[in-house]
Design a protein around this ligand. Structure first.
Ligand code: HEM
Length: 122
């Protein structure tokens, strides 16, 4: 039994991801990056991405995550906030702690690809 099965598979993941992005777009630090972005498409990609990260059958066919985030000048603070919303959302849909820890571990490993290095001024 994979972590994906343990949480209740596709419907549980869809619910968790919906809670996650509802929180993200209500957060003034993060919301500006999502203006004009199709949330339906983003939710579908995130479901596929997180599912495949914890043993689900879906393959993630989206873009390389470094390329997908390059335009948004994402800071460590924004990344941390995103992780907090994800953690809250997973708990909100009663994800077992061991699975939450597994998901957050995978996500932490993406920090270097998603956060933009600070540029020197001048
Ligand atoms: C916590 C870690 C994060 C993960 C795991 C993550 C994951 C993803 C995934 C899987 C996609 C879909 C890629 C595709 O289109 O194929 C995506 C897109 C996107 N992410 Fe993230 N992301 C994270 C953090 C962030 C942060 C901190 C921001 C902004 C503050 C952000 C903004 C976006 C935006 C705006 C898109 C849509 C890009 C587009 O369609 O052009 N992400 N992300």
């Amino acid at each position: 039994m994979t972590a994906y099965d343990e949480i209740g598979g596709h419907s549980a993941m869809k619910l968790g991801v919906a809670v996650f992005y509802n929180r993200v777009v209500a957060d003034p630090l993060l919301a500006p990056s999502f203006e004009g972005i199709s949330l339906a498409r983003l939710r579908a990609h995130q479901v596929a991405f997180l599912s495949s990260a914890i043993g689900g059958p879906q393959a993630f066919a989206g873009r390389d995550l470094r390329a997908a985030h390059a335009a948004f000048s994402i800071t460590d603070e924004a990344f941390d906030r995103m992780v907090e919303h994800l953690e809250f959302a997973l708990r909100d849909v009663s994800t077992p702690e061991s699975v939450t820890a597994q998901v957050l571990g995978v996500v932490e490993g993406l920090r270097g690809a998603i956060v933009q290095p600070a540029r020197a001024v001048g």
